[in-house]
Design a protein around this ligand. Structure first.
Ligand SMILES: [Mg+2]
Length: 267
């Protein structure tokens, strides 16, 4: 039987874009767990946010927080040695991203030079993040615990969006777009982290990788997997910015599409 590994985005993919519920995907999650298929969360969410979902779903596999900023691998998960940056709270961490303080400083400088207002999670209270994102206050607090990625909004219309994103590129850093926010990141993305983690899984023997996402920040991850799937947005459309040869379309919105896709592959 094929050894699968699932790489999945969370917001708008495994969990509903509005309600943050994974209810619709539970049958497929149960099936994957029964078959011992690793489920790797690859998301713009922070480690603190991801840990809540890992606990609720009893998933103990490695994960990739903050748009590929790092790979967190439970200490005894792989029974071979590999290079990592540091050990934290029972994880071996492979750091790929740029320090949060540097990302914040760059955004401040770009805001001054362009005259465009940039509001990052670091500028917002948990209450404000909650208003913008529909997260509850507790979750918003966890979303503020950022290490490798700053989520932000740009005020001042399309003109400012272009100006700010251009300046980020000129600074040598990168950006990506999630379901709700822009993200400034270092020289990393979900794809680089996914590729490295696939390499580790492959050391145990051949694997077939499945990827699921909904937005532009998932594109690099989807390009790295054997079976890439794009789920529908809440309005029933597919993100037009995510397109390449071989990309498959899941037949459903977010977690519903996730559930259908996994059941079809494993069924
Ligand atoms: Mg998403």
């Amino acid at each position: 039987m094929e050894k699968y590994v699932v790489f999945t985005d969370l917001d708008g993919t495994l969990i509903d874009a509005e309600t943050y519920s994974y209810e619709m995907a539970l049958p497929a999650i149960t099936l994957l767990k029964e078959r011992h298929v690793p489920i790797v969360f690859c998301t713009s969410k922070t480690r603190a946010e991801i840990e809540v979902y890992r606990k609720k779903l009893e998933i103990k596999d490695p994960f990739i927080p903050e748009n590929g900023g790092a790979i967190f691998i439970p200490e005894n998960y792989f029974d071979f040695d590999f290079e990592y940056t540091k050990k934290v709270d029972g994880y071996k961490v492979i750091e790929l991203g740029t320090e949060y303080a540097i990302l914040r400083k760059t955004l401040k400088a770009i805001s001054s030079s362009t005259g465009c207002e940039i509001i990052g999670f670091g500028d917002m209270s948990a209450e404000e993040i909650s208003q913008y994102s529909n997260l509850d206050i507790e979750s918003a607090k966890l979303a503020k615990m950022r290490e490798y990625d700053e989520a932000f909004l740009i005020q001042g219309g399309e003109n400012c969006v272009d100006l700010v994103l251009d300046e980020i590129q000129r600074s040598g850093l990168g950006y990506t777009v999630g379901g709700r926010f822009y993200h400034i990141i270092g020289d990393n993305d979900k794809g680089v982290a996914t590729r490295q983690l696939i390499e580790l899984f492959s050391r145990r023997g051949p694997v077939k990788t499945i990827g699921l996402g909904d937005s532009l920040n998932d594109l690099p991850m989807l390009r790295e997997v054997d079976l890439p799937f794009l789920v529908k947005k809440p309005d029933g459309s597919y993100d037009p910015m995510v397109s390449f040869n071989g990309l498959k379309k899941a037949r459903g919105i977010g977690p519903k599409g996730w559930n259908i896709t996994i059941k079809e592959i494993l069924g």
